[in-house]
Design a protein around this ligand. Structure first.
Ligand code: HEC
Length: 282
């Protein structure tokens, strides 16, 4: 009898503990769902970002093998969120919005559809993997990524002459990291550089290569656009926190962090991004 009561008490305590755990688990998740597409079914490695209306902070998580993503409640306070995704080759179907309430997990499944503009989603690395050319030729493109992405170069229609005579000399005239949102002209010549005819030679060989890989007058690329695989396994277990910069044209090193508000800028943050620490300049 006695042991029976004990067992009952133990069982009651256990079920109370389990209930507490499940309430706790629900309370710990602010927003969760599954990412799918007609092409792939459940999709792993999709970056899902949430930004509260009026906030300057964006939180990003990554979907797991079953396509599931979830934001812990510690990361999203109650409110209305804009949701966006990043999965090269795909766009989010629908408006991408979620309402997060206190103490309860909101559910939002995300459907992705094939993008109609793959070029707009390519990283510089993917452009370099896609374009034809020797390593030495592709290496020339590293001179272009300090101020804007390669998409700008690849979408252009210039021929070799236009690159040689106008575009490359203009690029040369900008100070380092002069982004298109805020071009700044160089006040003096660089000293450690080719001059005169020698410089024209450098422009010419770069220009000839560029004219074979940009869209050109034909308005189309002569090669297939290649994409890198999405993150998988352990690489999906990550949370990114992104902070908008106060103005679009300032650089991360212009941001001052205080004890109360640390922007948490990562060492790898790109200096060329405008407007937010992770966003690429196009
Ligand atoms: C020092 C900064 C800087 C570097 C380095 C740079 N650019 Fe630019 N680029 C700019 C700026 C600023 C703009 C926007 C203003 C403009 O068009 O001049 C731009 C715009 C462009 C455009 C679009 C405008 C047009 O005329 O078609 C192309 C194409 C371009 N760059 C090509 C290149 C190539 C190719 C390289 C590498 C060889 C390069 N850029 C390197 C700063 C740079």
């Amino acid at each position: 009898m006695r042991s029976g009561t004990q067992a009952l008490v133990a069982a009651a305590a256990l079920s109370a503990a389990l209930a507490a755990i499940s309430i706790d688990a629900a309370a710990q998740t602010a927003l969760a769902g599954k990412v799918t597409s007609a092409e792939e079914g459940a999709m792993e490695g999709v970056l899902v970002s949430a930004k509260k209306a009026g906030s300057t902070v964006t939180i990003t998580v990554v979907s797991d093998r079953d396509g599931r993503y979830s934001f812990a409640s510690g990361k999203l306070e109650p409110g209305r969120y804009a949701i966006r995704i990043r999965a090269v080759g795909y766009d989010l179907e629908g408006p991408g919005a979620a309402e997060v309430a206190a103490g309860k997990a909101a559910a939002l499944d995300l459907k992705l559809k094939k993008t109609t503009d793959l070029a707009a989603q390519l990283s510089n690395g993917e452009w370099m993997a896609s374009v034809p050319g020797t390593d030495q030729q592709k290496g020339l493109l590293l001179n272009c990524v300090g101020c804007h992405s390669l998409e700008r170069v690849m979408r252009s229609q210039h021929d070799a002459d236009a690159f040689t005579k106008t575009v490359l000399p203009r690029m040369q005239g900008y100070v380092n990291q002069s982004i298109p949102q805020h071009p700044q002209l160089r006040r003096a010549e660089r000293l450690m550089e080719e001059r005169g005819d020698q410089r024209v030679q450098v422009y010419r060989s770069t220009a000839e290569y560029l004219a074979t890989i940009n869209r050109g007058p034909a308005q189309k690329w002569s090669y297939e656009l290649k994409t890198h695989p999405r993150p998988s396994g352990r690489a999906t277990r990550v949370v990114y926190t992104e902070y908008d910069l106060p103005r679009e044209t300032i650089s991360p090193h212009d941001v001052i962090s205080t004890k109360r508000a640390s922007p948490g800028i990562r060492a790898s943050a790109s200096r060329t991004s405008a407007g937010s620490i992770r966003r690429r300049a196009r």
